[in-house]
Design a protein around this ligand. Structure first.
Ligand SMILES: NC(=O)c1ccc[n+]([C@@H]2O[C@H](COP(=O)([O-])OP(=O)(O)OC[C@H]3O[C@@H](n4cnc5c(N)ncnc54)[C@H](OP(=O)(O)O)[C@@H]3O)[C@@H](O)[C@H]2O)c1
Length: 346
């Protein structure tokens, strides 16, 4: 992207698990930056972050932080986005938001570049990045949706602790050491930081991500259901989800059952997946080849394997989908959107 317009860019939540990856990707991708502003809460203000060999001082995010900022990438929680994005828009800043604050707003495009990048052009100042577990699923299902149509999706997730932020990673590692040392663990963060009751995550699986809605689903599950329909642009899609936190550091894994609207050839399905942008097919049971969170960690792609026709419904498929939740599930998807905005403005 050399010889192009340069942009003043802000990262809000720069000291967090997602913000750290956004900064790394902006450097690695050589994003056309004039000035990079790193913003956090007052807690981290004053700390230094290195960017392309330069030390940048983190500042507290305030409504005035966006003066002269062209593009801001937000990952500081929904409340911060709700408070500061309208202020940033007043300054003419285009915002890419990683939180759930604007995702279901009918005026806000909800974008996975491989699925609906053209929606970015409809923005009114903010483009929402979907939930991490939704991104990797819709990205993988898009070529199947286009070729065969999809009537129903049943997904169960196995989600990494990094999805709950930097402190949840520390908690899982600390608890693991405590259990191995034969000590009592004192859960402090998971499943939901703002709820009083906590559960052990080390050597465990917790069937709760985010708070519960009155219908018995969690918000994370409802995000997967509602966001999938919005991104695919198909309200008739039947989606159900069970979201589970597992003691994995990076990479969400998903078991996905999909009912297609027409007959399919399983080899053609594999070829469609192999050819899809950003997808890597890893599917060779004879050689025990399938996606693993440990392999997906640190990668930008989404990995799919265990591709098989269902035994009870010949029009249904079972898939195993894995991606790094901090990258394609958050930072990389946001940077892809920012790159599109930058290219459009040149
Ligand atoms: N982790 C994922 O896989 C993932 C995926 C998709 C979306 N997201 C979303 O991205 C957001 C951040 O997630 P994370 O995992 O990066 O969390 P995190 O590791 O806890 O980091 C939170 C960041 O937000 C900043 N922050 C907190 N309160 C603030 C305030 N009042 N004003 C300004 N900055 C504030 C923190 O700054 P301090 O250092 O000052 O505390 C920190 O930089 C969440 O909304 C999350 O839902 C996360």
């Amino acid at each position: 992207m050399s010889n192009q317009k340069l942009f003043n860019v802000a990262v809000v939540g720069a000291t967090g698990a997602v913000g750290e990856q956004i900064i790394r990707l902006l450097a690695e991708r050589n994003f056309p930056i004039q000035e990079l502003k790193l913003l956090s809460s007052a807690r981290s203000a004053g700390s230094k972050v290195s960017f392309k060999g330069q030390e940048i001082t983190v500042q507290e995010a305030t409504p005035d932080s966006f003066q002269g900022v062209d593009i801001a990438l937000f990952s500081a929680g929904g409340d911060v986005s709700k408070a500061l994005i309208p202020e940033a828009i007043k300054h003419g800043t285009v915002c890419v938001d990683n939180t759930s604050a604007f995702r279901m707003d009918p005026e806000t495009p909800l974008v996975v570049p491989e699925v609906n990048i053209d929606k970015v052009n409809e923005h009114k100042g903010v483009i929402a990045n979907p939930n991490c577990s939704t991104i990797q699923m819709v990205q993988t299902l898009k070529p199947l949706y286009d070729r065969y149509g999809i009537s129903r999706i049943i997904v169960s997730t196995y989600q990494a602790v990094s999805g709950a932020g930097a402190r949840a990673i520390d908690e899982m590692l600390r608890q693991s050491r405590e259990v191995l040392a034969g000590n009592e663990v004192e859960p402090q963060i998971l499943p939901v930081g703002s709820l009083p009751k906590k559960h052990q995550i080390a050597f465990n699986a917790i069937p709760q991500i985010d708070k519960f809605v009155e219908n018995g689903f969690t918000y994370e599950e409802m995000k997967m259901i509602n966001e999938t329909k919005k991104i695919m642009g198909d309200e008739s899609l039947e989606v159900t989800a069970t979201c589970v936190r597992v003691p994995v550091v990076y990479g969400h894994s998903e078991s996905v059952y999909v009912e297609l609207k027409s007959d399919f050839d399983i080899e053609e399905v594999k070829q469609l997946l192999a050819d899809a942008p950003g997808i890597i097919l890893q599917d060779n049971p004879a050689e025990q080849v399938y996606p693993l969170a440990t392999d997906a960690a640190g990668k930008l792609e989404t990995f799919v394997g265990r591709v098989r026709r269902d035994l009870s419904n010949p029009r249904a498929l079972n898939l195993w989908i894995v991606s790094d939740n901090l990258l394609k599930g958050a930072a990389w998807n946001a940077v892809q959107i920012a790159e599109y905005i930058a290219i459009e403005q040149n």
